[in-house]
Every structure is written in structure tokens, then in C-alpha cells.
Unconditional design. Sequence first.
Length: 233
Amino acid sequence: MPATSKPTIVFCHGIWADGSCFSKVIPALQADGHEVIAAQYGLDVFDEDVAAVKRTLNRVGSPVVLVGHSYGGATITAAGVDDRVAGLVYIAAVAPDAGETVQDQLDKYPSDIFSRVQVADGRAWMLPNGTEFFAGDLSEADQKLVWATHYAPAADLFQQQKLAPDQVAWRSKPSWYVLATEDHTVHPDLQRWVSQRMGASVTEVRSSHVPMLSQPDVVIEVIRKAAAAVRAG
């Protein structure tokens, strides 16, 4: 990579969200001189979501730092084996290993949010009061906005896929992890377990499940550290 260039940042969202959930962190990274894009996928089929991330990689330069929030940690784990990806950043995220589904991980450390979910029309909808456990440190107005714009995943999305050993990017690529200590969606103990297992560089932050919205400055700094490490080779 030329000395003057910077890695591209590609964001991957979780359930009940889309790429706009990174709107508070993208401008600062663009101002730093990074090419930035948020992948958009349908939360219907895991393999299709991973394919959408790879199509997004086709639209930008490399090397890439892949950033995944929540379920997005599974998509970056699988898509991150692409040779263009040089580093992985997980934000309050799952990170399956070979032979694991996302649901396998969530079952290890059950969290409060799933008491506020209703399955209808084949989708898993967050109930209006679910924002308490998803984004409880945001203002009431912002929580209402999160709920009004949330996108429900296929009800079986977390159970669809078990990765093969060659599909687990964190086994061979450097990783960073933003651990949300007040998270009621992906349990903090699950976050500790997966981040330790992958040998990630961990930054803890007092936040709900959405630190990119509640503590964007912390998330920005972690991504900057990852990008600097990638740039340094």
C-alpha cells in the first residue's frame, strides 16, 4: 500500500438496523481521509448477507478494515477471509467459530432483549419497549426513532449457517473489539468470551448495544487504531 493511502472502512450492520446505524462514525472517518461504505443486506439468508458484503468490497479499494456490529460480526467473520480484508473490528458483536451458528453463541449467555421480540410473518420483530434493552442509553426520542426504523430479520437467520474452518477470518487476521458493558442484547459475558477467544484487542465502553450511537467517539478511535495498524503493515 502506498505510504500516503489509507485503508478503506466497510461497515456491516446487525439485525433491527441497516447501514445508517453508523451515521455518527462515518463522517469522522471520511474526514480522516478514509474511503468509507456501509454494506446493505436483507437479513433473510446468512449466505446472501455475506455475498452482499463481498459485492460491497468490489466497489472500493483495498486493503479493507471490516467493521461489524452485533450480527454483523458473523458476516465479517465469513466475508473477512477475502484477501482484500486486512483487519476486523467487532462492535458488541457475535463471532462464530467453525461449526457454530450465531444462535449457538447467543444460547451460551441469554440476554434480556429476546423477551421483547415477537415472531410474525416469518420475521423477528422488536416490540416498542424492546429499545430499553437495545438502546436504553439513548434519549427517548432517539429510541423511538430506532424502533420506527428497525428492520426485522428472518426468524431463523441465527440458525442457518455453521462456518467451515476456512470461513473464520479472525483465526488468521488481526481483530479489535468494542465491548459494551451495559449491553442487554449481546450479553457482555458473551462479548468477553468471543473477544478473548479470538485474541482481539479489546476496548470496554459503558454502553448499551449500540455504542456507535451512544459512544461514537470511542468507536471511532478503535477503528482508527485498527486502520493505523493495517497501514503500518
